[in-house]
Design a protein around this ligand. Structure first.
Ligand code: DAT
Ligand code: MG
Length: 138
């Protein structure tokens, strides 16, 4: 059980002005922000980030969306961070996410669902290193 996870506030939530609301929920849930930046991925970079999904029918749409505007990338620290953060964000499809979760509140649809959360400690470390150098982590 690790104590770090990686998140992105996705382009839909940034466009909708929900960065502050989502960071508020992250803080209220007891996560410490150890790295954070506003950045935009090219479609190619988004394709690398989501390479595990390259055979899925929504891959092209996903990469187009994730490169469509700036995101907030962050590394979050809390005991059992990966699992705790997945609980906070809710199901992939906002229509199926529990009331009070980030995706239920701020997600639009299954493709534009406001936030990313790593699905394992191993992927959290890979995703964090994709966006941050050691010097950017505090
Ligand atoms: P999660 O983000 O909950 O880990 P995932 O890893 O299965 O979900 O998929 C990654 C992203 O791909 C997801 O956040 C949004 C997009 N996606 C998933 N399923 C989709 C679908 N059926 N149609 C369109 N986009 C989808
Ligand atoms: Mg996933």
């Amino acid at each position: 059980m690790g104590n770090r996870t990686f998140t992105m506030i996705k382009p839909d939530a940034v466009r909708a002005g929900n960065i502050g609301n989502i960071l508020q929920m992250i803080n209220a849930a007891g996560f410490r922000i150890v790295a954070m930046k506003l950045t935009q991925m090219t479609k190619e970079r988004a394709g690398q980030f989501y390479a595990v999904h390259r055979e899925r029918p929504f891959y092209d749409e996903l990469c187009t969306f994730m490169s469509s505007g700036p995101i907030v990338a962050a590394i979050l620290e809390k005991e059992n961070a990966v699992e705790e953060f997945r609980k906070l964000i809710g199901a992939t499809d906002p229509a199926k996410a529990e009331p009070g979760t980030v995706r239920q509140r701020y997600g639009t649809n299954v493709g534009e669902n406001a936030v990313h959360g790593s699905d394992s400690d191993e992927n959290a470390a890979i995703e964090a290193a994709f966006h941050f150098s050691g010097m950017e982590i505090y």
